[in-house]
Write a protein that binds this ligand. Structure first.
Ligand code: SF4
Ligand code: SF4
Length: 130
């Protein structure tokens, strides 16, 4: 997927080319109350049915919080399945994108209490109970 800079650079229809500096910051403006609303973000807990996964990485790529990564382990079908990435144990915001894009209905997240609650295991997603 083209970056914003790549799409804008030289692409102004009928006018002068727009050129962004190569190191343009991703976020140009930040709300003054950012710390307040960040503290109120929902928290999610990711659940996975490993043997349904076919390792397509859709959930990894579409997670806006970069919560997921593919494990080194393989499931029964020989695919690497997603786990919570190191340092991302409390990053899930229960947006549901991972479950929306999963073609195998293998992953989902549920919202949990945000304050003082452990929301994910240290190294891997929870395995959903049948
Ligand atoms: S629910 Fe959203 S934030 Fe949580 S792992 Fe899925 S895509 Fe990422
Ligand atoms: S989107 Fe589904 S099938 Fe693809 S890697 Fe994630 S869990 Fe596995």
């Amino acid at each position: 997927m083209a970056t914003l800079a790549a799409r804008l650079d030289g692409a102004a229809p009928g006018g002068a080319a727009i050129s962004l500096p190569p190191q343009a910051p991703r976020l140009l403006r930040r709300p003054l109350d950012e710390a307040t609303w960040r503290a109120r973000l929902p928290r999610g807990q990711v659940h996975l049915i490993p043997d349904r996964c076919k390792g397509c990485r859709m959930c990894v790529e579409f997670c806006p919080q970069q919560v997921l990564t593919l494990s080194d382990a393989m499931n029964a079908k020989g695919y690497h399945y997603p786990v919570v990435a190191a340092g991302k144990q409390e990053a899930c915001v229960a947006c549901g994108f991972c479950s929306l894009v999963c073609p195998e209905l293998a992953i989902f997240a549920v919202e949990v209490e945000p304050a003082g609650v452990s929301v994910a295991p240290a190294s891997a997603c929870h395995e959903a109970q049948p």
